[in-house]
Unconditional design. Structure first.
Length: 133
């Protein structure tokens, strides 16, 4: 396995944990937030650094988050979609439907203070997407 394979697998797992109930577009949107952070100059430029950054993707780093211990089990159509989305976006083969968002949240779960100082770009499924104002 090459590092690129690991980054894609970690990327797919994050997409799956964060948005598996949101359909393909919801998964794409979460994936674009990750890709946008990787591309941002003020954030780490490695996929694993972005994904594993403390408190950024709760399903990957937040102690006590119930998603943290979940792993896909075969057969899982949402996992297959997450892998396809990860492959597509990792390779730069998809347009950014979040309009440049670098953050998102589910307003039914939490309303973070940081959202007040950011620009909302779009709502997709249960998530609101934001970019820095």
């Amino acid at each position: 396995m090459m590092w690129e394979d690991w980054f894609k697998a970690l990327f797919a797992l994050t997409i799956w944990r964060e948005a598996r109930g949101e359909g393909r577009d919801g998964m794409r949107a979460v994936a674009h937030v990750i890709a946008n952070r990787v591309a941002a100059t003020n954030l780490p430029d490695q996929w694993d650094d972005v994904i594993e950054r403390k408190w950024q993707f709760s399903s990957m780093t937040a102690p006590g988050d119930p998603e943290l211990i979940l792993w896909p089990k075969q057969p899982d159509p949402a996992w297959e979609t997450a892998m396809q989305v990860a492959e597509l976006i990792y390779g730069g083969g998809d347009y950014d439907l979040t309009l440049g968002a670098t953050f998102y949240f589910n307003p039914n779960v939490v309303m973070p203070d940081w959202a007040k100082s950011m620009k909302k770009t779009i709502t997709i499924g249960n998530h609101n997407f934001y970019s820095e104002a």
